[in-house]
Design a protein around this ligand. Structure first.
Ligand code: SAM
Ligand code: SF4
Length: 477
């Protein structure tokens, strides 16, 4: 038997890329590849790239420069290392990568990961291989499922793609060009995946899609099901104790999604709902096709059915033509909604998108200054939200052992990391934790008596609606 070949994948960007990286590992496992954390001993290195902002896509070329040195070193030691570029930069700039980076053996767009074994073989026989078509076949149907061993190794919480691509065409965004039009997976395939994950120890599933609440997959009754209907179905699967979904568009929030939040205790009361701007003028120029008031009304609909619900969002500052007045409308919206956390970005023109041709660029100094002001406001809301947990008893799904000996770590409903001193045998369980202190973004506490032994109401009845948490990181870039 041949010794296993080693595969190193470096992923940038969104949750979809994290998920895709796992599917690539699963697709290459039957070819004898096993994952390695080190690039130096890898036989195959895949850069799973992000094209959402310029900074994100430029990273690929600097990383390829570093990989050239590692590949040369491997060759001097008599080893062959192959390098593949996957993801949205591969899709958008495939030919450019081939021209600019001779070190690359394979370029593969997000629709073609199931062809990776053939592409590697083609590169071996022909020198290099590129595939960035949008094939007519359903890639979901061809991607390998993870083995039971791989599922168990990946832990308690898992992503499941339910939808890919986007038809919204926001004027700043490359996604409709790099990921193609909206495609939804059939309900039965998703339910099968979820069952298999649950059978192998997964307790929390996050449904992902570029525009996840546009989901309209075929149900077992032959009709198109909504995301709300899908969530109802998944909540019936034994072992799945928490459900989440990301990323949603305000226009696609329908009654069935609101009903799912009302009816399903497993559906976590924490929703990522990007708005981008609080100015109607800028929202129109972005082609978001909703106003700030429409967005406020959507938030109110969620809050009407779950008082403990909290929100995070995405914002772009410095979109072409954004005035100080427009920016103040964004700050006003943030103040009014009260977020648990949010991602905020400086506008980055993306080649091929309509906004890239807009002429009224905002000065770089104004963009920098607005980003700081927005992030300060979001940070203060996030800190307040986290501090409000102190003294409360909250449910935590334990995920793994912490670095500190004797400690385990899990997440609250709002994705706040929570640490307690407890046995690793509790990993996989949802248990009440009395929160005692806050260290940066992490909550520290101790196991509390189970709910029936408590005389206080559950945290969901005590947490102010505007309090939430999620770490203030940047996605993609
Ligand atoms: N589908 C989601 C939505 O409707 O908002 C977002 C998807 S996108 C992968 C994630 C975030 O990146 C966006 O919400 C937006 O804030 C940011 N983004 C996208 N294009 C950008 C650009 N050209 N410049 C700066 N930020 C951008
Ligand atoms: Fe991009 Fe999201 Fe707009 Fe689709 S809805 S174009 S993914 S920002």
């Amino acid at each position: 038997m041949n010794p296993p070949r080693k595969l190193h994948i470096k992923s940038y960007g969104c949750q979809m890329n994290v998920y895709d990286a796992q599917r690539m590992v699963d697709t290459l496992a039957p070819e004898g590849f096993v994952e390695t954390a080190s690039v130096d001993d890898a036989d195959l290195v895949i850069l799973n790239t992000c094209h959402i902002r310029e900074k994100a896509s430029e990273k690929v070329y600097s990383e390829l420069g570093r990989l050239r040195v590692v590949k040369d070193e491997a060759a001097r030691n008599g080893r062959t290392m192959s390098i593949a570029v996957a993801g949205c930069v591969a899709q958008a700039e495939g030919q450019e990568i081939i021209r600019r980076a001779p070190v690359v053996d394979v370029v593969v767009g997000p629709q073609s990961y199931h062809h990776l074994p053939q592409l590697l073989a083609r590169a071996k026989s022909h020198g290099r291989a590129l595939e960035t078509e949008f094939p007519v076949e359903d890639k979901f149907g061809f991607l390998a499922a993870p083995s039971a061993h791989a599922i168990r190794a990946r832990g308690i919480s898992s992503f499941v793609t339910v939808q890919e691509g986007c038809d919204k065409f926001c004027t700043f965004c490359v996604v409709p060009y790099t990921r193609g039009t909206e495609v939804s997976r059939p309900v039965t395939k998703i339910v099968d995946d979820a069952r298999r994950l649950a059978d192998n120890g997964v307790r929390e599933i996050t449904l992902i899609g570029q525009n996840v609440n546009a989901y309209h997959g075929e149900g077992p009754d032959g009709r198109a099901w909504t995301l709300g209907a899908l969530l109802h179905r998944l909540a019936e699967i034994p072992g799945i104790v928490r459900l989440r979904y990301s990323t949603s568009h305000p226009r696609d929030v329908d009654d069935s999604l609101i009903a799912a939040h009302r009816d399903l205790p497993a559906l976590m009361p924490f929703v990522h709902l990007p708005v981008q701007s609080g100015s109607d003028r800028i929202l129109a120029a972005m082609n978001r096709r909703h106003t700030a008031d429409d967005y406020r009304r959507v938030i109110d609909r969620f809050r009407a059915v779950r008082q403990d619900i909290a929100f995070s969002s995405d914002f772009i500052v410095g979109f072409p033509g954004e005035s100080e007045e427009d920016f103040l409308a964004t700050l006003a919206l943030v103040t009014q909604i009260g977020y648990a956390g949010a991602y905020s970005f400086k506008y980055s023109p993306r080649p091929g998108t309509p906004a890239a041709d807009m002429r009224e660029m905002v000065a770089a100094t104004d963009m920098d200054e607005r980003l700081v002001r927005l992030q300060e406001l979001i940070d203060s809301q996030q800190s307040a939200f986290n501090r409000a947990a102190i003294g409360n008893t909250v449910d935590v799904l334990f995920e793994r052992s912490a670095r500190n000996p004797g400690q385990i770590v899990g997440r609250t409903a709002y994705l706040q990391p929570a640490h307690v001193m407890a046995s690793p045998e509790l990993i996989g369980q949802v248990l009440p934790v009395k929160i005692e202190s806050l260290e940066r973004y992490s909550l520290l506490g101790r196991l509390a008596p189970p709910p029936e032994a408590r005389s206080v109401p559950p945290v969901s009845a005590m947490t102010p609606a505007h309090l939430v948490a999620s770490s203030q990181t940047t996605m993609g870039a």
